[in-house]
Design a protein around this ligand. Sequence first.
Ligand code: ZN
Ligand code: ZN
Ligand code: ZN
Length: 188
Amino acid sequence: MSSAAGAGEPSSSSRPGKEREDGGEESNRKEEDQGTAVAEGDVDLELYGAASGWVEARTSCPHLSAMPAAGADELARVPSPDSQCSRCHHPSENWLCLICKDVLCSRFINKHMLCHYQEMGHCIALSFSDLSVWCFACDSYLDAQSILELRPVYEVAHLLKFGERPPFRTLEVLDLSSGQTGSSSLGS
Ligand SMILES: [Zn+2]
Ligand SMILES: [Zn+2]
Ligand SMILES: [Zn+2]
């Protein structure tokens, strides 16, 4: 009878309320899990950024397709890192527009690279002072060492500025493997 059930569970009338509480707890738990996961990801990104010295450098950018394909002709157009600003002839620490290869001064001089972006929509530029790559549209640095589209021009700029290629581990591995393939085919 109902009296027996009532004796075993004195607060049977609170069942609907319990169910409601359970439902509420479940949704709370889901939110907590998502929040924890996001927080952990942020921590990892911050650690990597601090360790590599590239604070907030993006490893992807939706504007890379605006760059011309990095063929030999395009790479031969990369000017010397001590080129002057093409507008005000400021002598040093200029930016190279990676869309049209124009050399323009920084926002700390006469803002000609920024003007160029605002006038032409050319948003990706390489700094001749430290070879960092900035996307004006993303408002962020781009990681030239991990973005394949940026590597060739970064490598040419590094060669022009320092007289040697940058130490790309993955590219060196690629070079070694292709060299081994060539030598083995020559041997046989
Ligand atoms: Zn200028
Ligand atoms: Zn340009
Ligand atoms: Zn971008």
